[in-house]
Design a binder for this molecule. Structure first.
Ligand code: CA
Ligand code: CA
Length: 72
């Protein structure tokens, strides 16, 4: 998954490998592609303030609130 949309796939958002996702690491995430992952909630999505791309087809989402994601 290419989280920062630089064309290079990224393992995960934990870029400094301390096993925690800091706010700065969440803010660095520009793209989330989570199609077909059996996800039933994207409740924390509001924290992804710099997100410009969200693909979440074929999941079990009932509702999705991206009103806080101003760049989508
Ligand atoms: Ca990348
Ligand atoms: Ca980290």
């Amino acid at each position: 998954m290419d989280l920062d949309l630089d064309g290079i796939g990224d393992e995960d958002a934990d870029t400094n490998d301390d096993n925690e996702i800091q706010v700065s690491e969440v803010e660095a995430i520009l793209g989330l592609i989570v199609n077909n992952k059996n996800i039933d909630s994207l409740e924390g999505i509001a924290s992804f303030t710099n997100l410009v791309l969200l693909l979440c087809n074929f999941n079990d989402l009932i509702s999705l609130d991206i009103s806080q994601n101003e760049k989508i």
